[in-house]
Write a protein that binds this ligand. Structure first.
Ligand SMILES: Cc1ncc(COP(=O)(O)O)c(C=O)c1O
Length: 416
């Protein structure tokens, strides 16, 4: 867990983050992850299901690093993947096919084939996003000579109370099968019973939910349909458990799990309850460390320019997300001089917000709660290399990964 020593310096696992980066030979911008804390997060969640059959399918898109997936797999999680490549990464991290779900719209034939062909009977379920997709999956299953295990991803028509860009279960969202199209979906399933096995129903109403109501409204809608299809082995209520980005989050992932368990126990005892948290398992246990490269005074404005920008952490530019930014080696002081903190990228939206960082400003800063949807959304825009990643393992080992550097980008782009 992130903490501060008596000098205010940022600490992870009892060691200074600055020392951990130095030991790893990591230059900034660099993500640092606390794998032990992620494992604790997973164990606290899994304990909440009691004797209910369950599967915590970690949403790999939140953080695709092998050490992260392996840590969560060892702590009892499966994985929800959104592409062929994510499926391969999860399999290589040791998540068995029976603990894997494939979701997403526009699945490629390559992804469908890999999902149907994995292990003895394919992955646990392919989450079908449209009536049209049922036909495509059936065709691939017939070509492979195997039945595909499918679950319908419903769009339950719930407008979750969260940022509009991450609300996914309402009528205007592109995801899932609308309730009015369900009859057509069941008809298509019945017509393809030689190729498709319907094993469950699911949905995902949105991300960063800071109360359980919307999640449970989606869950009730899914259950009310699932009970009309006897023999289903699972119901999947998706992810979306919120975290505290600094302005509070009164509910813990275990609160969602307990409430969902109560609903399933009553409506479909014996069915496996699947949840798909991403952010809640990893978000709070990753930080992005950046160096202050310049200050700039222009009129009334004070800009602080970092070596990290929207190519390293896109969420602020993408949907106005605010991540707390603090000095790396001094205690945060809410009364200190404020700066508008920006990255070096050629976009006006490459801005993290205004933070009290003092004068003179710190040499390095820590951008908090960046473990989810951080590195996974990195890009090479402006020819920038991807940030380094440093992993603090539960046993104290420190490992690092540095891929897609600016040098490799130069080589790739200048090839004739
Ligand atoms: C289908 C599905 N499941 C799970 C998740 C994970 O959401 P979160 O990270 O908010 O838990 C997402 C996020 O986009 C998703 O689309």
């Amino acid at each position: 867990m992130l903490s501060r020593d008596s000098h205010g310096r940022a600490i992870l696992g009892g060691r200074r983050i600055a020392d951990l980066l130095e030991a790893a030979g990591a230059s900034t911008p660099a993500y640092i992850y606390d794998l032990g804390a992620m494992a604790c997060e997973a164990r606290e969640l899994t304990a909440a299901f009691g004797d209910q059959p369950y599967l915590v399918a970690y949403a790999v898109k939140a953080n695709t690093a092998g050490p992260v997936i392996r840590t969560l797999g060892d702590a009892g999680c499966g994985a929800e993947v959104g592409s062929w490549a994510e499926l391969q990464v999860a399999l290589r991290a040791g998540i068995g096919p029976e603990r894997l779900l494939l979701s997403g719209m526009g699945k490629t034939s390559q992804a469908i084939d890999a999902a149907v062909g994995a292990g003895d009977r394919g992955i646990r379920a392919i989450q079908v996003d449209s009536v049209d997709e049922l036909g495509r999956i059936a065709a691939r299953a017939r070509a492979i000579g195997r039945k595909a295990r499918v679950a319908l991803r419903l769009n339950p028509g719930v407008m979750a109370e969260t940022h509009e860009a991450i609300a996914t279960g309402h009528d205007d969202a592109k995801f899932g099968i609308a309730l009015r199209d369900l009859a057509a979906a069941f008809e298509a399933l019945d017509g393809a019973s030689d190729a498709l096995d319907l094993v469950g129903l699911g949905g995902h109403v949105g991300s960063q939910l800071t109360r359980t109501e919307d999640y449970l409204e989606g869950a009730r809608a899914i259950l009310s349909i699932a009970v009309t299809r006897p023999g289903l082995e699972l119901v999947d209520f998706g992810g979306g458990f919120g975290i505290d980005y600094g302005d509070g989050c009164a509910v813990r992932p275990a609160d969602f799990a307990r409430a969902a368990t109560a609903l399933v126990r009553e409506a479909m005892p014996g069915a496996t309850l699947v949840v798909e948290p991403g952010r809640a398992l990893v978000g709070a246990h990753g930080s992005l460390i950046a160096t202050v490269v310049a200050t700039k005074l222009s009129g009334e404005r004070r800009w602080l320019v970092l070596d990290a920008g929207m190519t390293d952490l896109l969420r602020p530019a993408l949907y106005g997300a605010r991540h707390r930014i603090e000095p790396l080696d001094a205690a945060p002081d809410p009364h200190a001089l404020t700066w508008r903190v920006v990255g070096p990228v050629c976009e006006s939206t490459d801005e993290f917000g205004e933070f009290s960082l003092g004068s003179p400003p710190p040499a390095k800063v820590l951008i908090r709660d960046a473990g989810a949807y951080g590195y996974t959304m990195a890009s090479h825009y402006n020819g920038r290399g991807y940030p380094t990643e440093v992993f603090l393992h539960a046993d104290g080992r420190v490992t690092t990964s540095h891929a897609n550097s600016a040098t490799s980008w130069v080589d790739a782009r200048s090839a004739s």
